[in-house]
Write a protein that binds this ligand. Structure first.
Ligand SMILES: [Zn+2]
Length: 121
């Protein structure tokens, strides 16, 4: 996992496989890699993978916000949540003119929309 604590999409998906008999998942039980879910159907499995991807990109603490690299973009998950961009001067929302907000100004949780460099995966 990266230094900022957000797994890549590839890392999350790699925890979910078809092993020839079962859909398998190792994201819920880290102590038991490859635990089998033999009663999970494909649609439930796909919904689980989708939820795992969303959860992996959800930020719930100021400390996690502070660990994100400059130029990360997040959106508060509240219905009318703001979109923020991390800058060299803390956080900006609604355009760079609003730069200079500390992580504590954000209403958490927030979802990571963009991580610098991830488009090179
Ligand atoms: Zn899983």
């Amino acid at each position: 996992m990266s230094e900022h604590g957000i797994p890549t999409g590839a890392e999350v998906i790699a925890q979910h496989r078809w092993d020839g008999d079962y859909f398998t998942c190792s994201c819920m039980e880290p102590d038991e890699p490859d635990s089998e879910c033999d009663e999970i159907y494909y649609v439930e499995w796909a919904e689980h993978v989708s939820a795992a991807l969303r959860e992996a990109r959800t930020i719930t603490t100021v400390e996690a916000l502070d660990a994100l690299p400059v130029w990360t973009v997040v959106r508060e998950t509240a219905l009318a949540g703001c979109i923020w961009t991390k800058t060299t001067n803390d956080w900006a929302f609604g355009g760079m003119a609003s730069d200079g907000f500390a992580s504590g100004a954000m209403c958490l949780p927030a979802r990571v929309l963009y991580l610098p460099g991830e488009d090179k995966e």
